[in-house]
Write a protein that binds this ligand. Sequence first.
Ligand code: HEM
Length: 506
Amino acid sequence: VKFGQLPVAACIPLVFVLPFFFVTYGGGGDGKTPPGPVALPVFGNWIQVGNDLNHRNLVGMAKKYGDVFLLRLGVRNLAVVSDPKLAAEVLHTQGVEFGSRPRNLVWDIFTDSGKDMVFTEYGDHWRKMRRIMTMPFFTNKVVAQYREMWQEEMNAVVESLRAAPTEGVVVRRRLQLMLYNIMYRMMFDVRFESAEDPLFQQATRFNSERSRLAQSFDYNYGDFIPILRPFLKGYLEKCRDLQSRRLAFFNDNYVEKRRKVMSTRDGSSDRLRCAMDYILEAEMNGEISSDNVLYIVENINVAAIETTLWGMEWALAELVNHPSCQKRLREELQRVLGEEPVTETSLPRLPYLQAVVKETLRLHSPIPLLVPHMNLDAAKLGGYEIPKRTKVIVNAWWLGNNPEWWVRPEEFRPERFLEEEGEVEAMVGGGKVDFRFLPFGVGRRSCPGIILAMPLLGLVVGKLVKEFEMVPPPGTEKIDVTEKGGQFSLQIAKHATIVFCPVLAA
Ligand code: HEM
C-alpha cells in the first residue's frame, strides 16, 4: 500500500489514537449503506484500496462489490456507481440531490471554498454562475461568432505541420498553443504569438502546476485523517502561494486590461466584445464579485483546454494506429467536400468524422469518472442509504467500455457509431440520453463546454486527416497508447510523436 508521502513522524500520533477509535464503520455489513470492503478503524478502507482509484481499479471493485459500492477513506465516504440505470438516478432523476461537488483541503484552496462554478455546491451561487457563463461561452451564437477565428488558428497549425521534420512532431505542443489561443481569444480577445511567448509559458506553467498539486495523491493522508492535518501545512502553503500568484497573473495581465477597455467604451453595440466583457458587466451590475470573475477565468483555464487537448491527442494517435479508419475518414472528407475546406458548418455532413470523435471519447474519455458529485443530505440510491456529503463517482468510462453493453469495447472501431450504435449521441441537450455514453456527463452539472469541444475536436481531426497522411515515426509500428490516469483525467502516458506527410492534391 502506498500512503503517498505519509511522513514517518505522522504515524506517531496514530499509535496513540488507534485504540480509541476501535469502532468499525460497519462498511456495508448493516444492510443499509452500499456494500464495500470492511473498514478498519481510522484508516477505513484506505489501506486495502490504496490511493490510485482510477477507472480500471474501480471496475475491479465493482465486479466484487456491485454496481454501487462504498469506500471509507478515513473520514471521507466515497460511493462508486458503475451501472447506467444508477447513473441516470445520480445525474438525472436525483440530479438535485446529487448535484453538489465534494471538496477537500486542496480544492478548498484552489476555489476559495467554492467561489467558482465547477467545484461549487449545488444552489443559488452555482445557478447564477452557470447562467452568467452560458451567454458568453456556451451558445450557438458564440460558436457562430468564433468559427472563423477557429479556422484561422487551425490553419496556422496545418501550415506549421507542412514544414514539420520527417521524423515527426509531438503534436500536442502545436495543439496546446492553438487551444490556448482559441480560449484566450474567446475570453479576452488576445493571442500568444508563439510557444516562446513568455505569457504563454507562464500561463501553461501555472495551470500545469495547479493540476499537479490538485490531482496528486500526496495530500490524501491529511485529507482522510484529520489528526494528521498539521503535517500537510507545507503542502497547503505551496497551494496557497501558487493560487495567489496564478490569480494575480490572470488579473494583472488580462482581467484588468478588459476592465480598462470596458470603462472607455460608451453604450454602443460594440461594447461587449469578448466573454470577459459579459462577465465584467455582471460584476458591474452587482451580480458577482471580482473574486467570482477571477474564478470564472480559473475554471475555464482548468476545464476547457487540457480536456479538449487530451481528446485531440487520443483521436490522432488512434487514427495513426488504425490506418484503415484514417483512410476511410479521408475518403469521406474528399467525397463530401472535394476542394472545400473542413469548416464548422460542414461537420453535420461528415458522419464518419463524428463517429471517430465519439469512438475516441468512448474508449479514452478524458474525464473518465466525471467531476465528482456529492449529496448535501443523506440520500437513497439503488435501495441503499448514501450518507450525507459522500463523494459520488460515476465510472463513465466503464459505462462506455463494459462488454455486457458494447460489442468488443476494447477495439477502436468508429463504425460502431454508424452501425449497431447508430442512435447514440454525445450531445445531451435535446435528444434521448443513452446512459452508457456520457463523456460529458448529463443533467444539471453536465459539461456546458460540449457545444465548443465537439466541433473543435471534429475540426482538428478533419483538417489534419484531409491535409496529411499521419504515420508513426520511422522505426516504430504504432503509437504507444498506454494510459496515465489522475484523480480526474485519462491522458496518453507518452505524448504521441506523429509524422505528417502532406496529401498531394489529386
Ligand atoms: C464539466 C468533460 C471540454 C467547461 C465537465 C464534466 C465532464 C466534462 C465529464 C463533469 C460532468 C459531471 O460532473 O457530471 C469534458 C470533456 C471535454 C470538455 C471530455 C473536451 C473533450 C470543456 C470545455 C469547456 C468546459 C471546452 C469550456 C469552454 C466545463 C465546465 C464544467 C464542466 C464549466 C462544470 C459544470 C458544472 O459543474 O456545472 N466537463 N469537458 N469543458 N466542463 Fe467540460
